[in-house]
Design a binder for this molecule. Structure first.
Ligand code: ATP
Length: 328
């Protein structure tokens, strides 16, 4: 491997996601394996600006592979959005003797990394860590699989009460711009209808579909809604509207919120994080930069940060058809 890299920094930035700790562990241990130094940066880019660094070695990341959240803490830093802020961060990295960094986060964190790379020609690699799975260049982001499992587990519980009381439940899940969580968890939990930002089925079709379900003998139903669905009504307004049309049902709303981000990462996320961390360090050691590590068709692939940020991650439309067939 050809490079001048002797010390790599690792940070988590933006919203936390299960699997971030497993990725930190992987970056730190890969550095140890290749006999280069590694420092953890606390509180994302804000910690970088303030020089909040901690030397890490293979032993300092013991017993974290199974932990949710991020031991390095995450933060949003407005100061890093300014030239002055990034200059401070650059000075701190130089003072610490850091030659490159790996940032684990979403598209905002990658934008910051890309701008920093442009300004200081500083080697950077991104690892996609966000439960929304909304990053182009990877089939899966860290935390997405765990979030799906969390949502399915909760909907299973909601189903118990729904079926005991002839209730119609609206379950809102995360996904402002993309419906990956709603679509996959909806199919996995056997939801009657799934509302996602990518497809506006319209309120009338929802009513029609629920009417059909009722006619076919169902006494309870679950509708999964992504935060960013396009019906034009929020989940409470939607529930009220539907209740007017279905006096038979008691309509209830459950907004899952931040619980979707928590919990111990699934095996899938731990394995993915381990692979991404190794690939991130090896990519830097090969002298490459400004790339995001991703997994496509089970292969570790690299995508330019610019493309990862600008590209659109697409939902699997086949799942909409599967959902339709399953809810006959
Ligand atoms: P999530 O998907 O959870 O929102 P994210 O990485 O997209 O994660 P952001 O809050 O958008 O989260 O970005 C994280 C941090 O990255 C910001 O707080 C800021 O410090 C930095 N950042 C984002 N956009 C820019 C930018 N245009 N220029 C410089 N830094 C940026």
């Amino acid at each position: 491997m050809k490079n001048n890299i002797k010390k790599i920094a690792v940070l988590t930035s933006g919203g936390d996601a299960p699997g971030m700790n497993a990725a930190i562990r992987s970056v730190v241990r890969s550095c140890a394996f290749y006999k280069i130094e590694c420092v953890g940066v606390y509180r994302g880019y804000q910690g970088m600006i303030e020089g909040d660094f901690k030397q890490m070695d293979a032993r300092s990341v013991g017993n974290i592979i199974n932990k949710g959240g991020t031991i390095l803490k995450s933060a949003r830093s407005d100061e890093f959005r300014t030239k002055e802020g990034r200059l401070k961060a650059f000075h701190q990295l130089k003072m610490e003797g850091v030659d490159a960094f790996v940032v684990i986060g979403g598209d905002g964190s990658f934008t910051g990394a890309m701008i920093f790379n442009e300004e200081y020609d500083f080697p950077v690699i991104g690892i996609p860590g966000t439960i929304d799975n909304d990053i182009y260049g990877t089939n899966y982001t860290l935390g997405y699989d765990t979030a799906l499992n969390t949502v399915v587990e909760v909907i299973d519980k909601i189903r118990d009460t729904a079926s005991s009381h002839n209730r119609l439940f609206f379950v809102e899940v995360m996904g402002r711009d993309v419906g990956h969580i709603a679509l996959n968890a909806g199919v996995g939990a056997g939801a009657e209808e799934i509302l996602i930002p990518e497809e506006n089925i319209g309120v009338d079709r929802l009513i029609e579909s629920l009417r059909k379900s009722k006619k076919s003998g169902k006494s309870s139903s679950i509708v999964v809604i992504a935060e960013g669905d396009k019906t034009g009504k929020n989940v409470f307004e939607l529930a009220e509207y539907v209740e007017e049309h279905f006096p038979f049902y008691e309509v209830r709303v459950s907004v899952l919120g931040h619980m979707q981000r928590g919990g111990s990462p699934s095996c899938f996320d731990r394995v993915l994080a381990s692979r991404m961390g190794v690939k991130a360090v090896e990519t830097l050691l090969e002298g490459k930069s400004n790339l995001m590590v991703g997994v496509t068709d089970n292969k570790m692939l690299l995508t330019e940060l610019d493309k990862a940020i600008k590209g659109k991650s697409k939902i699997n439309k086949e799942l909409l058809r599967v959902s339709d067939i399953m809810t006959i």
